[in-house]
Design a protein around this ligand. Structure first.
Ligand code: SAH
Length: 197
């Protein structure tokens, strides 16, 4: 089997992504849950995003099953995809580092959950989802396949559309005015130019 450079770059990025997640998952595992909206729909979204981020590229690289969805990708796209992937991984790592034990893969809050509004959470409320969007775009730029390349962008878009309003509602119910004020001065995945009055 011959691996293309762009595929290898994406595979290396995925390995870094999985290591970051595994390290922080261990740190965050212990908290007692006070609030949970971790229903089947939310768990299915998590599985869908993971399958599109990691599963489809693995199928592309290791099997011929997605060959019919192949297209000729301009090799120069690697020069955009690789730095974007590196930037996305940095933001993913910083989001985990700033949330610390206050992270959960689903919609949950610990009994002693603290609202984080510093670091990469200072100007946007969803830096981790922003990193997912950037990683998915890098995936589309690096993989020469309609399904394995673009699937993650669709899945992350769906996660953002469905989960973000529920997550913000949960945060508002638990943190009230502190989260309301935080929402006024921050953007979702793009920093706000002028604070909302
Ligand atoms: N939406 C955020 C976090 C994703 S992880 C981002 O994109 O960066 C989802 C979990 O993180 C939520 O269930 C909640 O437990 C926690 N969370 C989200 N925003 C938070 C914040 N500002 N402070 C503390 N915890 C937060």
């Amino acid at each position: 089997m011959i691996f293309q450079p762009a595929h290898l770059i994406f595979a290396a990025g995925t390995a870094v992504y999985l290591v970051i997640r595994a390290v922080f998952q261990r740190r965050a595992a212990s908290g007692h849950k006070a609030v949970s909206h971790a229903d089947l729909r939310d768990r299915l979204l998590v599985v869908l995003v993971g399958a599109c981020q990691v599963g489809l590229p693995a199928v592309l690289m290791l099997t011929p099953w997605l060959d019919t969805a192949h297209y000729a990708r301009p090799p120069a796209l690697t020069w955009f995809g690789a730095p974007l992937l590196a930037g996305a991984l940095w933001l993913f790592w910083r989001s985990h580092a700033d949330l610390g034990v206050n992270w959960s893969v689903t919609l949950e809050l610990d009994r002693d959950h603290a609202l984080v509004t510093r670091g990469v959470y200072g100007r946007i409320r969803h830096p981790m989802y922003a990193s997912f969007f950037a990683m998915a775009l890098a995936q589309a730029l690096l993989l020469d396949n309609w399904i394995a390349g673009w699937g993650a962008l669709l899945a992350v878009g769906l996660l953002y559309r469905i989960r973000t309003p529920r997550e913000e509602q949960m945060m508002l119910e638990s943190f009230g005015d502190a989260y309301r004020a935080y929402m006024q001065r921050t953007g979702g995945v793009v920093p706000r130019a002028i604070p909302r009055s």
